[in-house]
Design a protein around this ligand. Sequence first.
Ligand SMILES: NC(=O)c1ccc[n+]([C@@H]2O[C@H](COP(=O)([O-])OP(=O)(O)OC[C@H]3O[C@@H](n4cnc5c(N)ncnc54)[C@H](O)[C@@H]3O)[C@@H](O)[C@H]2O)c1
Length: 255
Amino acid sequence: MMNKLFSDQTVLISGGIGDIGYATATEFAKLGANIALCDLLPEAEATGLVNGLTAYGVACSYQQLDVTDAKAVQAWVLGTEKRMGIASIIIANAATATQAGIHEITPEQWSRELSVNLDGAFYLTQCATARLVEMGLAGRVVFVGSWAGVKVHPHIPAYSVSKAGLTMLCKCLALELAPHNILVNEIAPGYVAAGLSGRVWKEHPGEKEKSIQKVPVRQVMTAEEVAVQIVYLCHPQNKHMTGATFLMDGGLSLL
Ligand SMILES: NC(=O)c1ccc[n+]([C@@H]2O[C@H](COP(=O)([O-])OP(=O)(O)OC[C@H]3O[C@@H](n4cnc5c(N)ncnc54)[C@H](O)[C@@H]3O)[C@@H](O)[C@H]2O)c1
């Protein structure tokens, strides 16, 4: 019989149509959670993905929005609460990565990347956790960071800086919310054979194998493996970890 660990809970996932976001939604749906996704894709084009989640017998909604629009994020959080109940699990996952070094990246690209990856995560978690505090409810927040926030990545500086910022946002929010029984953690994957890295590897054949050889455990991970770890951070038995960054990078950051 399927374990319905998260029955009657609602999970918000930004960038939920992306590879890691959707894999995370699927893991939560399998465990009985209702799912609210947002992403840039028009709603009509997300129908198949929404149906893929409702097949697990849960409610699922999708909203097209840009996470850099604080008002739109707030409207999504409050609208989801009306339709599906207050979200007790919040996954800040949306991100972009611009491959351009410090002297190549334009000020507009720099600002956009910081805005999507850091401001967007702030808008979502600020609004959604404020509602939990108002209602006196417990909750879980997971930021999807990256090992690029720990190790210098000169070819993607804005991404690297945004992910380092996310780590400190995680700690600030964790301390603020600890007395409210809202635990806040970050997962920082290394190379994932999907999403952002997956697309780079498709464009540059041979890069995937080179990346695998760089990883101390000589493996890259799947989006599903990242998703399982995100769910683990939200497990009810995890009652004491907060403000932590979980490096899931096969040892890359040790080099
Ligand atoms: N793939 C990797 O190797 C890897 C490694 C470490 C960390 N990560 C992190 O995992 C998370 C998910 O990335 P992914 O690899 O699944 O990539 P992805 O591109 O498949 O998913 C990211 C999603 O975010 C959405 N998004 C981008 N800008 C947005 C905006 N302004 N508003 C709303 N949605 C927006 C995209 O449309 C996309 O669907 C990101 O935070 C990324 O930094 C990925």
